[in-house]
Design a protein around this ligand. Structure first.
Ligand SMILES: [Zn+2]
Length: 164
């Protein structure tokens, strides 16, 4: 075993947990030293420690679920239903935010262009698409739609304030 620091003259040799070679612990490490100190043994020991840690951590997570999460849910029979209700509301709120924002942008753009059309149409007799009074009435509908979407946005902002 080249590279292993086996010091046979010691009176209390230890055995490496990885390669079983005898070694004398470094006085600075003392009883905590379990490997002979060879890099491959240190690496192997470290991997083993990691496996132990992960196994223990898995158990801790599992018992947290059984000891804390399950009893909590049993005490709160509506917890899941309330959680789901809030989740669905949140999804609708998020969709509404995206949808409302895009809608407002489009409607406000239409309104601006309609105002230019109305201003230009003052002394010309219009025929065809949106002729006569129609454009003016359509603009009024666009305005009330904008107001409705703004109202929707205010409701969404109120939900957000409630943390929903
Ligand atoms: Zn070793």
């Amino acid at each position: 075993m080249a590279g292993h620091h086996v010091r046979m003259k010691s009176t209390t040799p230890c055995r490496c947990s990885e390669c079983s070679a005898e070694f004398v612990p470094d006085p600075r490490v003392g009883e905590r030293q379990v490997t002979c100190g060879a890099p491959e043994c240190q690496k192997s020991r470290h991997a083993q420690q990691c496996r132990v840690w992960h196994a223990a951590n898995r158990n801790a997570t599992a018992s947290h679920y059984e000891d804390v999460v399950v009893p909590f849910r049993e005490q709160q029979p509506d917890y899941q239903r309330r959680w789901r209700w809030r989740q669905q509301l949140r999804e609708i709120r998020e969709k509404t935010t995206l949808f409302g924002g895009a809608l407002l942008l489009g409607l406000r753009g239409l309104l601006q262009r309609a105002e230019r059309l109305l201003a230009g149409a003052a002394d010309v007799v219009q025929t065809g698409v949106l002729a006569g009074e129609k454009l003016g009435r359509a603009v009024a509908v666009v305005r009330s739609t904008i107001a409705a979407v703004e109202h929707l946005e205010a409701s969404v902002a109120e939900l957000r304030e409630l943390g929903l």
